[in-house]
Design a protein around this ligand. Structure first.
Ligand SMILES: C[S@@+](CC[C@H](N)C(=O)[O-])C[C@H]1O[C@@H](n2cnc3c(N)ncnc32)[C@H](O)[C@@H]1O
Length: 479
């Protein structure tokens, strides 16, 4: 990204806890201090191919004596380093302890930054930390320390979004909110909001999804009655909107082609009030297994999970042309979810990112065969990149004239989604998106200014909508 005069998204590590919570006073009961634990995990995160949340979960399973507060402090510190790795690495460059000490210095900075305290620091490290905090100057930093993205991704976002890449990069450095979807087959959102609040789970309605509640803080929802009774399911508001686009109706035949553990499958089944059929396909048996207990809790019985070998699996042939609704929640770079999985940006190479569109096109083409005449096809990703989104949707439409694009704003408005229009604008640098009428105006703007353009697609952005980044396109198969 080019230099920008804006203030830096990063902050000097502070000893204050950002949410004013209490610090864990001492190191955990394992005999290792928080600094030791975070340093150990940062090393493992660097070396292991496992996603950060899985690696942390395995660590906590091994150290059952860690209390919730220590677990929270360790997780927050590790995620802080993953989010702002360039900035923290810059600060931790020099100091006591040489090479091995660098990871400890990262741990110290992160624990101080999240307010957990640095019990376990040596006196020398404590002095270093104080100095680092006093001299950290977030202003005038090089761009990589401000956007905290790998260079290839920063450049691509800048090329595709213009200046809007900066607010996006900042939004990706913040933790995501905790959203739940109310299971409309079991409860009403307004009533559930009140009963959750009465049980101490403060919440607000999500701004767009009519099914969503945004929890205040990070409460342990699994301990709520609403969760045990299957009245809520944790799901980002953006994911809820994707399920709403499918508009699965009672009695429909529906295929969720890339169902995973069934987040959207369950939302569609709830819409159908358990009438009709939902086929949940996925190539991962392991992920599909996660669907069963959730379906039980939600009281859903009309699900048919089927593990397929690949998108051209023979078993799909018998269902060709029979589905009222097909959702393709395609495997993708996942860059829209970097608030939750910041490790993803460091693990994903440009070459890997460039392999997705081909797979996505193959899956979408195979899934389209299941749609019956008059039926609906929805393609979705949680990617930020055009290659996986608009480019892919346009190429599919050009090659499949029997599929007619359906403007997403219409579908959302029908589904009672607030401010539907605001969710369907594509973003781009002015020189690319400028219409002929706006060309003169665009010419007078700096080349990197961003422009919003009306689009037939859904585009959700963390910096604009507070959701994860999502894309969706909708088509109807001609009769
Ligand atoms: C974005 S995830 C789906 C998330 C899921 N829909 C949800 O709401 O939780 C993409 C899924 O596609 C699956 N997948 C990958 N290749 C596939 C293929 N060729 N055919 C079908 N599913 C595939 C992956 O196993 C993964 O579960």
């Amino acid at each position: 990204m080019p230099s920008s005069k804006r203030s830096s998204p990063s902050r000097a590590p502070s000893a204050q806890h950002p949410r004013g919570g209490q610090r864990p006073r001492s190191g955990p009961a394992t005999g290792h201090s928080l600094v030791d634990q975070v340093a150990l995990l940062l090393t493992q995160l660097r070396q292991s191919p496992q996603p950060a949340d899985a690696l942390l979960a395995a660590h906590f399973k091994q150290h059952r004596n860690l209390g919730p507060r220590e677990r929270g402090a360790i997780s927050e510190a590790c995620f802080a380093v993953l989010r702002e790795r360039n900035w923290f690495t810059h600060l931790a460059k020099d100091g006591p302890g040489e090479a091995a000490g660098r990871t400890r210095r990262l741990a110290l900075l992160a624990l101080a930054h999240t307010g957990a305290g640095v019990a376990g620091a040596t006196p020398e490290e404590a002095v270093w930390l104080q100095q680092a905090q006093a001299t950290a100057q977030p202003a005038n930093l090089d761009d990589p320390m401000r956007h905290n993205l790998p260079q290839w991704l920063a450049q691509r976002l800048q090329a595709q979004l213009g200046d809007e890449a900066w607010p996006l990069a900042q939004a990706l450095l913040t933790p995501a909110p905790l959203d739940v979807r109310v299971n409309i087959a079991k409860a009403k959102r307004s009533a559930l909001a009140v009963s959750l609040a009465a049980d101490g789970f403060e919440n607000d309605s999500t701004p767009y999804s009519p099914w969503g509640l945004r929890m205040q803080g990070k409460p342990r929802l699994t301990q709520s009655d609403a969760f045990r009774q299957g009245e809520i399911e944790v799901q980002d508001e953006g994911s809820q909107l994707l399920a709403l686009l499918v508009d699965a109706r009672r009695g429909d035949m529906v295929a969720d082609f890339c169902a995973g553990a069934g987040g959207k499958t369950l939302a569609m089944a709830a819409m159908m009030r358990d009438q009709g059929r939902v086929y949940a396909f996925d190539t991962s048996t392991h992920r599909l297994e996660g669907l069963q207990p959730r379906a039980l809790r939600a009281g859903v019985r009309n699900l048919y999970p089927i593990a397929i070998a690949h998108e051209a699996d023979e078993r799909l042939k018998t269902l060709a042309g029979k589905m009222d609704r097909v959702l393709v929640d395609a495997p993708c770079t996942g860059l829209g979810t970097l608030r939750r999985s910041p490790d993803r940006k460091w693990r994903l190479s440009e070459a890997e990112a460039d392999q997705y569109p081909e797979l996505q096109a193959r899956i979408l083409t195979a899934a389209a065969r299941l749609v019956k005449p008059g039926g609906r096809l929805v393609y979705a990703t949680c990617s930020l990149l055009r290659e996986e989104n608009e480019d892919l949707a346009r190429a599919f439409a050009a090659a499949h004239r029997d599929f007619e694009p359906v403007p997403v704003a219409e579908v959302l408005a029908k589904a009672k989604v607030a401010q539907a229009e605001a969710l369907t604008h594509s973003l781009g640098p002015s020189r690319v998106e400028a219409t002929v009428a706006a060309a003169d105006e665009a010419a007078s703007e700096p080349a990197t200014a961003s422009r919003l353009a009306p689009s037939p697609y859904l585009r959700l952005w963390p910096q604009r909508h507070g959701t994860d980044g999502f894309f969706a396109a909708v088509w109807q198969r001609r009769r």
